[in-house]
Design a protein around this ligand. Structure first.
Ligand code: ADP
Ligand code: GLC
Length: 487
């Protein structure tokens, strides 16, 4: 039995902006089921304080601010994993998202917010917060926690550290002035300002703290682990990652089939499984009704859910939408939010093709489940994708994924042309609109052949991307990290 401390900036269902939230909820839950003592540290955002009950104040810590930081303890709603919330009201008790304000701009004090969070997490990791619990392993996630391994490395003894990269594109890079400010306000150690530590081309990089100082690194698919060691996907950190290649692992995310299971999903109008795929059509009808699209069982319905940002290939989709909708008898529904230019471009196409296309801007767990439950195809032409969870949910919901061959998409979607006996979707490699259009048209052709289509759907639904196997791989890298720190 291992004592494992997860440190992260979001965890579903308490707070979620994307797949990170899903993983930070389901991986600890699986490890707990495997018999490990897992705890989670999160910022005490307003939304969590409002929703999570009961909360008990278990410690206070003096971090040199005008007030003491409180540590509140609760348990995760679905898994009973204990969670410690770092309660610093000026930093986290506010309206808006975890990283952005209500206008969609980054919080101007993000560096200070996540530096403070990491400094308190360091105390917890060292059992200096009077919580009477000493982890063997600390698993940090993404740039918001990159400072933690950099702080812990200066202590002996200390827990082993694993830094999980969910997305290298977001690095938490700030100016030297910000570093100076953090030094003054939070007593960040001077040693961090060095190219051997967190200095990155004259800037202060939270991500680099994790990449340099964690005992073991991992990312969320084997292909993305390869990709980030190249200039195309490495954002200037490929040299460092290549240097650490022996300590860098790629572990595919799992899907949480307790939440994402069409047979039991409480959001769905009609539950179904591989032996009752025909019931899926009732969900399609509900979706068409919701979006005020013509109710037709025979028409191929395409769906897309996600952050509307460059990463997700929004520009590729927008480039082909007119031609696709003009040429084909299809319906297309989109749920997402992100960059304003993409939000308005998708909305405009929906206005132009109101009989065929519908768009909802915003975040809706409910509608995300309905789209997976009702559509025939799921479009995910990401320019890069560390893992991607939506294609995993699509597979389980019999919604055939159409993806670009990158990162976790390349590791999970097998194209109909490549290996029909195992195929579960369609994929393309070239980052061009024409490649996407051709691939969707290939799928539309196969859709007409009901026997072939059903085989594809069944092969997808049969695939097992649950956490069990991946959680075991996390335990393996925890052992490796322990081996390094105990040497
Ligand atoms: P990423 O983490 O890059 O956003 P993933 O595919 O790993 O991509 O995970 C995205 C998760 O966030 C999925 O659970 C997806 O359903 C959810 N999601 C993204 N955008 C929305 C939205 N607008 N409404 C509801 N759920 C969303
Ligand atoms: C990131 C990635 C996504 C991944 C998720 C969870 O947000 O963009 O591909 O699935 O993290 O690891």
């Amino acid at each position: 039995m291992k004592k494992i401390l997860f440190i992260a900036s979001e965890a579903a269902p308490l707070v979620k902006t994307g797949g990170l939230g899903d993983v930070v909820s389901s991986l600890p839950s699986t490890l707990k089921k495997l018999g490990h003592d897992v705890r989670l540290v999160l910022p005490a955002y307003r939304i969590i304080l409002a929703d999570l009950q009961p909360l008990t104040m278990v410690a206070t810590i003096d971090m040199g601010l005008e007030y003491s930081i409180r540590i509140l303890q609760g348990t995760m709603p679905d898994s009973s994993v204990p969670v410690w919330l770092i309660d610093s009201p000026t930093h986290f008790d506010r309206d808006g998202g975890p990283y952005i304000d209500i206008n969609g701009d980054d919080w101007p004090d993000n560096a200070e917010r996540f530096a403070l969070f990491s400094l308190v997490a360091e105390r917890i990791a060292l059992n200096q917060a009077k919580l009477n619990w000493q982890p063997d392993i600390v698993n940090c996630n993404d740039w918001q926690t990159g400072l933690v391994p950099a702080l812990l490395v200066a202590h002996t003894p200390r827990p082993a550290t694993v830094f999980t990269i969910h997305n290298l594109a977001y690095q938490g890079i700030y100016s030297h002035d910000t570093f100076k400010f953090l030094q003054q306000r939070l007593q960040l150690p001077e040693r961090l300002w060095s190219v051997e530590s967190m200095e990155f081309h004259g800037m202060f990089s939270f991500m680099k703290g994790g990449l340099i100082h964690a005992d073991i690194l991992n990312t969320v698919s084997p292909t993305y682990a390869e990709e980030i060691c190249t200039t195309e996907f490495g954002y200037g950190l490929d040299g460092l990652l290549t240097h650490r290649r022996e300590q860098l692992f790629g572990i595919l995310n799992g899907a949480d089939y307790t939440t994402w299971n069409p047979a039991t999903d409480p959001y769905l109008h009609s539950n179904f499984d591989i032996d009752s795929i025909e019931k899926k059509s009732a969900n399609k009808k509900v979706l068409q009704n919701y979006f005020k699209l013509p109710i037709r069982a025979d028409i191929p319905m395409l769906g897309m859910v996600g952050r509307l940002v460059e990463q997700k290939g929004c520009d590729l989709v927008l480039a082909i939408l007119d031609e696709l909708l003009n040429k084909h008898d299809i319906q297309f529904v989109v749920l997402g939010s992100g960059e304003k230019k993409f939000e308005s471009a998708f909305s405009q196409v929906a206005k132009n093709f109101s009989e065929k296309m519908a768009v909802q801007i915003g975040f809706s767990e409910d509608l995300a489940h309905h789209i997976e439950g009702g559509c025939d195809m799921f479009i995910m032409p990401s320019r890069f994708e560390p893992c991607g969870l939506n294609q995993l949910y699509s597979l389980r919901y019999g919604t055939v994924p159409i993806v670009r061959q990158t990162g976790g998409l390349a590791d999970t979607v097998i194209d109909d042309n490549v290996d029909p006996a195992q195929a579960n979707g369609f994929s393309f490699y070239d980052q061009t609109p024409v490649a996407l259009l051709n691939t969707i048209e290939r799928a539309l052709l196969v859709f007409k052949d009901k026997t072939r289509w059903t085989t594809l759907v069944q092969q997808g639904m049969n695939a097992d991307y649950s956490w069990n196997h991946s959680a075991q791989q996390y335990l393996d890298i925890y052992n490796k990290a322990l081996g390094i720190v105990n040497k």
